[in-house]
Design a protein around this ligand. Structure first.
Ligand code: ADP
Ligand code: MG
Length: 210
C-alpha cells in the first residue's frame, strides 16, 4: 500500500469528482453558516491542480506537496486557500526525500497538516471547522498504528474518525470562521469545511485500500 506522485494525482482527480457530485449540498451548507463560496473555492483549487496534472505527476513527492501548497495558496480564495496551502507546505517537510506515502508516513503527513492548519488559523479541535475531522481521523489512525494494528485497520480508523469528527461539528458552537458571527454560532448545522475535509480523508483511505 503505497502512493507515489502519480497515485497522489489520481487521488486529486477522485476528490475533484466527489466535490463535483456534492456541489449543491456543500454550497447549501456554506450558505447557511457562511457566505456560500466554500464549494467554489475548493473546486477552483482542485481544477487548478488537474490542469497541471502532467507536470505535477512528474515531481518527486515532497516537491509535489510543496507545489500543491503554493498553487492552492495563490488560486484559492477564502480561509480554505491559506489553510490548505499552509497544510501542504508543512506536509512536504514531513515527506522530505521519500518517494511514496505508506500508511505510517500518511499519519505523519496528516499530523503535519493538522499542526499547520491549527497554527495558521489560530484554531483548535472543537471550534467547528475543517480541523475536527482531520484531528479525529488522524488521532484514531495514530492510535491504531501505536496499538500495532495493521494498515487496513489504521485506514478504517482514519475513515471512521474523520466522519465522526465531521458529524460532531453539527452540535458545536463556532469559535472561528464566519459561523461564529451568527447569533446561534451555527449550532444544528454541519460545518462545510469539515464536510469537504471528510471527503478528502475518506477518498485518501479509498486510494490506499484500492
Ligand atoms: P471563507 O470562510 O473565508 O469564506 P471558505 O468558505 O472557503 O472560506 O471556507 C470556510 C471553511 O473554512 C469553514 O467551514 C471552516 O471549516 C474553515 N475555517 C474557517 N476559519 C478557520 C480557522 N481559523 N481555522 C480552521 N478552519 C477554518
Ligand atoms: Mg465561505
Amino acid at each position: 500500500m503505497n502512493i507515489d506522485s502519480k497515485g497522489y494525482m489520481d487521488y486529486v482527480a477522485k476528490v475533484a469528482r466527489r466535490l463535483a457530485d456534492n456541489r449543491d449540498y456543500v454550497t447549501e451548507l456554506d450558505s447557511v453558516t457562511g457566505d456560500g463560496d466554500h464549494w467554489v473555492n475548493m473546486d477552483l483549487g482542485f481544477r487548478k491542480l488537474l490542469e497541471q496534472r502532467p507536470a505535477l505527476e512528474a515531481l518527486p513527492l515532497g516537491e509535489l506537496f510543496k507545489k500543491i501548497g503554493m498553487l492552492v495558496m495563490s488560486t484559492v480564495g477564502g480561509s480554505s486557500g491559506v489553510l490548505y496551502g499552509s497544510a501542504y507546505i508543512k506536509a512536504s517537510q514531513a515527506i522530505g526525500q521519500r518517494e511514496s506515502l505508506d500508511v505510517p508516513l500518511l499519519a505523519d503527513v496528516l499530523g503535519a497538516m493538522l499542526d499547520a492548519i491549527m497554527a495558521r488559523g489560530s484554531a483548535k479541535p472543537g471550534y467547528k471547522t475543517m480541523i475536527d475531522p482531520l484531528h479525529q481521523g488522524t488521532e484514531a489512525m495514530k492510535a491504531a498504528l501505536a496499538a500495532g494494528k495493521g494498515d487496513r485497520a489504521a485506514l478504517d480508523a482514519l475513515r471512521a474518525g474523520s466522519i465522526a469528527g465531521m458529524e460532531a461539528t453539527r452540535a458545536m458552537e463556532a469559535v472561528k470562521g464566519r459561523a461564529n458571527y451568527r447569533p446561534d454560532k451555527g449550532v444544528g448545522h454541519l460545518d462545510p469545511g469539515a464536510v469537504t475535509m471528510s471527503y478528502q480523508l475518506d477518498t485518501l483511505a479509498d486510494c490506499f485500500s484500492a
